[in-house]
Unconditional design. Structure first.
Length: 379
């Protein structure tokens, strides 16, 4: 009977541990989804911020253009006022010219009529009326002068007609210039106002989207933090898998280079001093990466900095991370044993050559992995 109870107890413990591991896995899956949503939200917010800045810039440029256009409008209105005065002057000139034209035209008609009546008087009549030969020739010269004067009068009337036509044409041209200048400026200002209105509306919409996405970002960050706290609590409630960790790269048990240790270092890619949260273990591409201890895989896949990475939860709030792999050989939720091959050495992500970046995380805090592993440990 005691043996049966012992077996049931062992089965119960195993079953409870498995369910708990799945809960952590499910929670991590949910957190990964929230983190992806958070990243997408941040990217969308940045896009709307760029859009807002862009359209605010357009609106600001239009403000400057409107200032110039309105300044030009005032100048054109001044010119137009002067043109109107000039047109009015031409109208007065035209009226005066028309008066002179009709006055001379009437005079010409009278001269033609007088000439027609006078043409009936013959030379003998002129001679008989002349007191002398000199008087006769003088009267003949007067008639010739009158004829020449009539010719000049006709020519002058023609010139007045031309002048009248030119002044009318000039007045019409000035009127057209006035209308074109006025319409062009009004259209330009109207178009600028339309564009500015659209830019302002787009900037306002972007601002509204930014506010919405900022709230969503805050909510997702809070949700992600709550999930992380829950995962850490679950990890702490789980018992540590037990035993010491082993060296994760069997192919290289040599001494680490100065820049490979945990702590502050001059970053080989960004050329600035940064915290190095793990250790770097060099090896040829394709060499085995093994689990430092038994546990459950909670993260796999690619990230920008780490490249291909694997995270294993060992229970008791302890987890290990393996980064820059060329290939991942395990899946999320999978249980792995100490020493099991989980990935292959590579140089993915922010890496200058094939190696393993190895981290140890205790209760969410990254600590020096050499406190848990050494080059001599492992099979």
């Amino acid at each position: 009977m005691k043996k049966v109870l012992l077996i049931l107890l062992i089965v119960s413990l195993i079953f409870s541990s498995s369910v708990f591991a799945n809960n952590i896995y499910d929670m991590q899956q949910s957190k990964d989804w929230v983190d992806r949503e958070l990243e997408e939200t941040i990217n969308q917010k940045e896009e709307y911020q760029d859009s807002k800045s862009y359209y605010e810039g357009i609106s600001s440029q239009i403000d400057e253009s409107l200032i110039e256009q309105n300044k030009g409008l005032l100048e054109k209105e001044g010119v137009i006022k002067a043109l109107e005065e000039e047109i009015n002057g031409f109208i007065e000139d035209i009226s005066e010219t028309e008066f002179q034209y009709y006055e001379k035209l009437n005079l010409l008609k009278k001269r033609i009529l007088d000439g027609y009546i006078d043409s009936k008087v013959n030379l003998l009549t002129i001679l008989s009326e002349s007191k002398s030969i000199a008087d006769f020739y003088e009267k003949l010269e007067i008639r010739k002068y009158i004829a020449r004067h009539d010719e000049e009068l006709v020519e002058e009337i023609g010139m007045l007609q031309i002048d009248l036509a030119e002044k009318k044409a000039r007045a019409e041209a000035l009127k057209i210039d006035y209308e074109v200048a006025l319409n062009f400026t009004q259209i330009a200002i109207g178009n600028l106002n339309i564009i500015q209105d659209k830019a302002d509306k787009t900037a306002k919409m972007s601002a509204e989207q930014i506010a919405f996405l900022q709230k969503r970002e805050d909510d997702l960050e809070r949700e992600s933090k709550d999930m992380l706290d829950a995962i850490r609590q679950m990890q702490q409630e789980m018992e540590y898998s037990g035993g010491d960790m082993i060296w994760p790269v069997p192919a290289n048990r040599g001494a680490l280079d100065p820049g490979d240790f945990f702590g502050m270092r001059f970053h080989p890619i960004f050329y600035e001093w940064r915290m190095h949260n793990g250790i770097d273990i060099g090896a040829r591409t394709g060499a085995n990466i093994i689990a430092a201890n038994s546990g459950t895989v909670i993260i796999t896949g690619y990230s920008t900095g780490y490249g291909n990475r694997v995270v294993i939860d060992h229970g008791g709030g302890i987890a290990t991370l393996y980064a820059h792999a060329s290939k991942i050989l395990v899946k999320k939720g999978q249980h792995v044993d100490k020493g099991e091959v989980i990935a292959l050495i590579g140089s993915t992500g922010w890496s200058t050559g094939p190696h393993l970046h190895f981290e140890v995380v205790v209760d969410g805090v990254k600590i020096d992995p050499l406190e848990y592993v050494n080059q001599k440990s492992g099979t």
